[in-house]
Ligand binder design. Structure first.
Ligand code: SAM
Length: 349
């Protein structure tokens, strides 16, 4: 590691910000030594805020029906080979009941943009969950619904919303999405969610097709200024039935490096070690935690549909990824010195 890189790492830790040029330099000139130093400082920063704890979220994949056609995604509407499903509200509630008994205090309802889930259906669902379990947080990750819809869902009790910005560069965004989608609208949604009082998560894939280091630097600058409560960063992994089937996957190593960078930008951020990171490398989630992440989102979806929410090849949904195997996950965290806690795990931003 050169002195220049070491100085950049210390500058980031102290000032929580670098210029785009500095981010590019840090990423391009990183080596194993720089990665280890950055991870150590990032982990210390997370420990100062959250101690040796990891929050868990019960992920319920409510539908893989989607009106969008994002080029990277296995559940895009253009994928005729995807076996579609939609959970009924009572099935979703059964997942919540099971998750509560297991110790989950946050439920994340994620899905494709499925128009069957109208505001009315979702409002009823959210109200039922919040009445049954007032000590729990409800997170939504259901794509671009528009301000009015976001407002209604917030009013009945939704606490958080995850909407990755995917890339902060408009030209890059246009290469990953169909023409009718735009970065400008995605950003409008994120700002609306924030002003409506949600705890908001943005994020991006590492190694998505056409991504350059300059794009990543832009993502980091966006994260600096937007000040999200959560940030989802995971490697891009190709899916066999998408136009990007032959593109290489992003690396676990760069993903962990960027988790550390983002932890130092916002030490209080809720930062998941994503399923994609766990899917691409054995022990990926543990490495994510050791790089500064502090959230894990095990899968609570009914076993019968888990294989159908296939965003990318070989997505993990069993083993420690399954909420029912919490014991295994707890042991894995203990083995690296961390403890899973029963807690809503709200944002401290
Ligand atoms: N429809 C909602 C939305 O647009 O936010 C939520 C579901 S979407 C499938 C959740 C996230 O999965 C996306 O934001 C994207 O970053 C990630 N994803 C999709 N395809 C992926 C792939 N091939 N590799 C890695 N992550 C992927």
């Amino acid at each position: 590691m050169t002195n220049e890189i070491k100085n950049l790492i210390y500058k980031l830790a102290q000032q929580h910000s670098l210029t785009e040029e500095e981010y590019i330099q840090l990423i391009e000139a990183r080596d194993a030594e720089a990665q280890a130093l950055l991870a150590k400082i990032a982990r210390q920063a997370a420990d100062e805020v959250y101690g040796k704890t990891v929050f868990i979220r019960g992920l319920i994949e409510i539908s893989n029906i989607c009106k969008n056609d994002c080029l990277y995604c296995g559940i895009r509407c253009g994928n005729a080979d995807c076996a579609r499903y939609r959970l009924r509200p009572e099935e979703i509630l059964a997942c919540v009941d099971q998750g509560y008994a297991l110790g989950f205090r946050t439920f994340v309802m994620q899905g494709g943009e499925d128009v069957w889930f109208t505001d009315e259906v979702l409002c009823n669902l959210i109200q039922t969950i919040k009445t049954r379990y007032p000590d729990c947080a409800v997170t939504l990750s259901l794509g671009e619904r528009g301000r009015e819809s976001f407002a209604k869902l917030r009013q009945v009790g939704a606490d958080r919303y995850l909407l990755r910005h995917e890339t902060a560069d408009a030209v890059h965004y246009s290469k990953l999405h169909p023409e009718k989608m735009s970065l400008a609208y995605r950003m409008d949604c994120l700002r609306d969610l924030k002003t409506l009082g949600y705890q908001v998560g943005c994020g991006f894939m590492v190694g998505s097709p056409y991504q350059t280091t300059a794009h990543i630097a832009k993502d980091l600058k966006f994260i600096e200024t937007f000040r999200p409560d959560m940030c989802g960063i995971g490697p891009f992994i190709p899916h066999k039935d998408t136009p990007f089937r032959r593109e290489p996957a992003g690396s676990a190593e760069l993903t962990c490096f960027l988790l550390s960078v983002v932890r130092l930008i916002h030490p209080r951020l809720l930062l998941p070690a994503t399923t994609a990171l766990g899917s691409i490398s054995e022990g990926g989630r543990e490495r994510g935690i050791l790089s500064g992440a502090n959230v894990i989102m095990p899968n609570l979806s009914p076993v019968a549909v888990r294989d159908k929410y296939m965003l990318y090849n070989n997505k993990l949904s069993s083993g420690p990824e399954a909420a029912q195997n919490l014991k295994d996950l707890k042991e894995r965290m203990v083995s690296i010195g961390y403890e899973i806690v029963v807690d809503r795990g709200d944002s401290k931003q």
